[in-house]
Design a protein around this ligand. Structure first.
Ligand SMILES: *[C@@H]1O[C@H](CO)[C@@H](O)[C@H](O)[C@H]1NC(C)=O
Ligand SMILES: *[C@@H]1O[C@H](CO)[C@@H](O)[C@H](O)[C@H]1NC(C)=O
Ligand SMILES: *[C@@H]1O[C@H](CO)[C@@H](O)[C@H](O)[C@H]1NC(C)=O
Ligand SMILES: *[C@@H]1O[C@H](CO)[C@@H](O)[C@H](O)[C@H]1NC(C)=O
Ligand SMILES: *[C@@H]1O[C@H](CO)[C@@H](O)[C@H](O)[C@H]1NC(C)=O
Ligand SMILES: *[C@@H]1O[C@H](CO)[C@@H](O)[C@H](O)[C@H]1NC(C)=O
Ligand SMILES: *[C@@H]1O[C@H](CO)[C@@H](O)[C@H](O)[C@H]1NC(C)=O
Ligand SMILES: *[C@@H]1O[C@H](CO)[C@@H](O)[C@H](O)[C@H]1NC(C)=O
Length: 312
C-alpha cells in the first residue's frame, strides 16, 4: 500500500477538460492494476513452505508444512489443498502433510489457498534419489608378468570428488597383497565419473595376487546417499614371472628291455594311428589349442585334433 500513497491524481489545474478526463481514466486504470498486483503479491508471499525436502533428497517419505499469512494478516477462513504430482488434491488445512514411499525421480508439490481472495498456489519441485552410488574397478589386465598395471575406477553417478588418493595410506582405492597404488599417477578420465591410477607390484616376489577394492562409504552423492561397495568394486590382478614348463606323455605301453647289457625303458606299440599325446603345463596357459598344436613338431606322422582334458 505504501506504493499507492505516493501516487497523486492528475492536477485539476489542467486547462483542457478532455485531457483531464482522459488522465483520470488512465490513472484509475493504473491504480486498479497496482492494487491487483500488490494484493496478489502479498498473498503469494504469505504462503511460506516451512518444511520441505532438499532439492535433491534421499528421503522417500517427506513432510511439508506451510504457513498462510503472517501474525498480522493470518488467513482465518482459508482452506488449503495440497497436490502431489498428478494425484488428487487433498485437504491440508492443518498446514502440514506427509507422503510415504514415493518413487525415485522428479516430483511436484503444490499447495493452494482458497480463501476470500482468488486462489493462490505455491509449487515446489524436487528430486528423490535413494540409490546409493557404486563403482566398478577394472585393470588393463588381470594376468601379467610385468610389475605395473593401470587400474580404472568408474562410478555409477557422481560421488563427492570421486577417487581421492593423497598417499598410499590415504587412498579411496585400496590394494591388498604385494602391490601398491601410486598416488601421483591418479588421473581424471571423466570428471566425477572415471579415474585411472597405476598399481605397482612387488618385484621381489615371483608370483602373486593383488586385490583391489574401493574403500567403504568414502563419498556421498548429491542426495547424500553413501557410497556402497558391490561385487564389481573388487578386482584381482595376478602376476607371475615364472617360466611355464610342459611335460609330454603318451599312453603307449612301457617295457623294460635289456639292450646291450643295459636295462632300458622303452615305449613301443604296433598301432600306427590314434596314438594319444598328453601335455601337462606347470601353469595355466592362455594360448588356444591351435597355437599349442602349431608349436609341436613331429619327425614322422602328423598331429590331428587337440582337446582340452582338464581346465583349472
Ligand atoms: C468465514 O466463512 C464463513 C462462511 O463461509 C462466514 O460466515 C464467516 O463470516 C467467515 N469468517 C471470516 C472471518 O471471514
Ligand atoms: C479441511 O479440513 C479442515 C480441518 O482440518 C476442515 O475444517 C475443513 O472443513 C476441510 N475442508 C474441506 C473442503 O474438506
Ligand atoms: C528432473 O529434474 C531435473 C532438474 O530439474 C532435470 O535435469 C531432469 O532432467 C529431470 N528428470 C526427468 C526424468 O524428468
Ligand atoms: C474454494 O472454496 C469454494 C468455497 O469455499 C469452493 O466452492 C471451491 O470449490 C474451492 N476451490 C478449490 C479449488 O478448492
Ligand atoms: C515444476 O515441474 C513442472 C513439471 O516438471 C514444471 O511444469 C514447472 O514449471 C516446474 N516448476 C518450477 C517452479 O520449477
Ligand atoms: C613378459 O612376457 C613377455 C612375452 O610375453 C616377454 O617378452 C617379457 O620378457 C616378459 N617379462 C618378464 C619380466 O618376464
Ligand atoms: C612403479 O612401476 C613403474 C614401472 O614399472 C616404475 O617406473 C616406477 O618407478 C614404480 N614406482 C614405484 C613407486 O615403485
Ligand atoms: C601364446 O600366447 C601368447 C600371448 O597371447 C603369445 O604371445 C604367444 O605367441 C602364443 N604362443 C604361440 C605358440 O602361439
Amino acid at each position: 500500500m505504501a506504493a499507492l500513497l505516493k501516487l497523486h491524481p492528475p492536477s485539476r489545474t489542467n486547462k483542457a477538460g478532455g485531457l483531464i478526463t482522459c488522465s483520470w481514466a488512465i490513472w484509475l486504470f493504473i491504480v486498479g492494476l497496482l492494487c491487483i498486483q500488490v494484493e496478489s503479491a502479498s498473498l503469494k508471499d504469505s504462503i511460506k513452505l516451512l518444511k520441505k525436502p532438499e532439492l535433491i533428497s534421499n528421503i522417500d517419505s517427506p513432510t511439508f508444512s506451510f504457513q498462510v499469512g503472517d501474525a498480522e494478516s493470518s488467513c482465518t477462513n482459508c482452506t488449503s489443498s495440497c497436490k502431489l504430482d498428478d494425484l488428487r488434491p487433498s485437504n491440508c488445512s492443518s498446514g502440514e502433510i506427509s507422503y510415504t514411499k514415493l518413487q525415485d525421480g522428479n516430483h511436484t508439490f503444490e499447495v493452494c489457498i482458497n480463501g476470500s481472495h482468488p486462489i493462490h498456489c505455491v509449487t515446489y519441485n524436487w528430486t528423490i534419489d535413494t540409490v546409493p552410488p557404486t563403482a566398478a574397478v577394472t585393470a588393463s589386465t588381470s594376468f601379467t608378468n610385468g610389475s605395473s598395471v593401470s587400474v580404472y575406477v568408474s562410478f555409477s553417478e557422481p560421488c563427492g570428488g570421486g577417487i581421492r588418493c593423497l598417499s598410499v595410506n590415504d587412498c579411496s582405492l585400496l590394494a591388498y597383497g604385494p602391490g601398491n597404488v601410486i598416488p601421483s599417477t591418479l588421473k581424471i578420465i571423466k570428471p566425477n565419473r572415471e579415474f585411472s591410477i597405476s598399481l605397482n607390484m612387488s618385484t621381489s616376489v615371483e608370483y602373486g595376487r593383488v586385490v583391489l577394492v574401493t574403500d567403504k562409504g568414502f563419498c556421498k552423492d548429491a542426495a547424500r546417499n553413501q557410497f556402497t561397495r558391490t561385487k564389481a568394486s573388487w578386482f584381482f590382478v595376478h602376476f607371475d614371472r615364472r617360466d611355464v614348463y610342459v611335460d609330454l606323455r603318451t599312453r603307449i605301453p612301457e617295457q623294460l628291455l635289456p639292450l646291450n647289457n643295459n636295462v632300458r625303458l622303452v615305449q613301443a606299440t604296433n598301432k600306427p594311428k590314434n596314438l594319444k599325446l598328453y601335455l601337462y603345463f606347470t601353469q595355466p596357459i592362455v594360448n588356444t589349442s591351435a597355437e599349442v598344436l602349431k608349436s609341436i613338431t613331429v619327425s614322422q606322422g602328423s598331429l590331428i585334433t587337440m582337446s582340452l582334458v582338464k581346465d583349472i
